[in-house]
Design a binder for this molecule. Sequence first.
Ligand code: HEC
Length: 378
Amino acid sequence: MKHLLPLSCLVSVALFGACDGNLSSSTNGDPSQPNTGEDMPISGNPDMDTPGSGKDMQDPSGTPDMITYPASDCGVTAMYNKLEPTCATCHRGGNTPYFASADAFYNLIVTSPLWVTPGDPQNSPLIALLKGEATGTYTQMPLGADTFEDLENQGNTDTTIEEISTFITELDGCNRTQPDATVNAPIERKRARQIVNTLYQHLGLTKDDVLAFTKSRNYNDSVYPIYNPDDVKPVTNDPHISPHTQSPGIRWYAIGGGSRLYGTKSNTIFSPTFGQAITQVSQAWCGFSIKKDGNLALFKHVSKDSLLSSTDAQIRDNIKYLMLRFWGHVATDEEIDAMKTNVFDSYISPDESTEAEHRTAWTAVCATLIRDPMWLSY
Ligand code: HEC
């Protein structure tokens, strides 16, 4: 049997998972406190969906390939993995992203009094839904001709109602450890505007510098400056610029910059176009930063005028300084070693190095720091 709810109520179910008493609340749920969804973070981290994510939590002495789940997981990830093939096609996103990840399943279904009463499968509407006996908006899940029970009888599910009932029974008294907030912290790429502004700041450059160096290198004078075509005063003299198809707006566009004027949307995707643009720009602009007279943005512990005379200790100190400047991160000795060996040293001839080699090596260190997720994201 199917209840038809008023539209406002349907919307409330879809968005907040609660609707004035139409969905029987569980015995331990407080009906006066509809679930607002506020405390239901949805983890979008794809790594957390996979069975392999359990590896991080297991005893390091265990067999590396064997996937085990800590007792504190309360069987949630395992149950998620078994239901996912039947449910996720419709519930990976949208208004009811119950199966976007194991954490979404946990936050939106397992801990929701609307669907699950820990310790009491009889009073868990989820079970009724799977049997096609639910009394809410939908009588069964999945939608379609067959109920979950039918599919189970046909051998077309990865778990059984009995197993799900046991899972619910064992939830009673089990405290699932909430995932580490730092692991699930949302990471966002810097926007185009942030990238351009931060580059100028970190490298000690101005638009005019970039334009001047670009000209002196005899590049197409609109390739390296990056500007938002909506800005009042473009750095180019060409009045006929059509951004995102012509430079210099093309680089703005490549790094995800949008334009109201030209109707292009901004984005923060790590696309191949973005990767290519940031690689070229970081190398060129780091070079400009070093070339600019009197600009000491990249050099605190080595002498810019005689890089060749730097001691190993000074080079290491300067790498540490740059990691702090670019990443806001106090580097460990290992991180400094890795940067020096893998990047810096590979530009330096072992026997007789030159000033030019040192400049190139610092350019490479600088560009490496910029291309790193530590710099590109926040
Ligand atoms: C063929 C698509 C489809 C599949 C497969 C599916 N669902 Fe749904 N489900 C829906 C739709 C559509 C809704 C209505 C809400 C919405 O638009 O997302 C819904 C709603 C729900 C609701 C809320 C019901 C209510 O009355 O508010 C739950 C809980 C649910 N699904 C669980 C499941 C589970 C568990 C599975 C797997 C056993 C599953 N669904 C499989 C399409 C599907």
